[in-house]
Design a binder for this molecule. Structure first.
Ligand code: HEC
Length: 111
């Protein structure tokens, strides 16, 4: 039990250290134009390229979740080809900015 706790807190410390980038939602807003084509707020959340995928909604999503997902695409542990290509071009700062932007719920108003 103690060991598990120790490992848990080590992991927490490590991820806190990796977290020295702070997302800026205003910068993120400039970066999401390409994302919106697929991750749009209205509609049925489907893309037809390269094949039919259900596209997850990002609005209101937890910022850390978005950063983790983008890193996973970039390092190849998530395999969807389009998102791998998208994430490969993003820096950690840009990922944090985008995540900060999406983490603020916007309803249907921003397209
Ligand atoms: C061509 C369409 C397309 C574009 C453009 C696109 N995405 Fe995606 N995105 C998808 C699809 C489809 C998935 C689901 C893939 C899967 O199943 O892994 C996805 C998944 C994600 C996820 C994981 C969501 C979750 O709930 O697990 C994140 C985060 C994400 N995209 C962010 C972005 C960002 C940020 C951009 C712009 C820089 C972007 N996407 C551009 C189609 C797209």
């Amino acid at each position: 039990m103690r060991k598990v706790l120790l490992i848990g807190s080590l992991l927490l410390a490590a991820s806190a250290q990796a977290q020295n980038v702070t997302g800026n939602p205003a910068e993120g807003a400039k970066l999401v134009a390409t994302c919106q084509g697929c991750h749009n707020e209205g509609g049925g959340y489907r893309s037809s390229f390269p094949e039919i995928y259900a596209v997850p909604m990002l609005n209101g999503q937890n910022a850390q979740y978005i950063v983790d997902a983008l890193k996973a695409y970039k390092d190849g542990s998530r395999r969807m080809p389009t998102m791998r290509a998208v994430a490969a071009s993003l820096t950690e700062q840009q990922m944090a900015d985008i995540a900060a932007y999406y983490a603020v719920p916007k309803g249907e108003s921003i397209k």
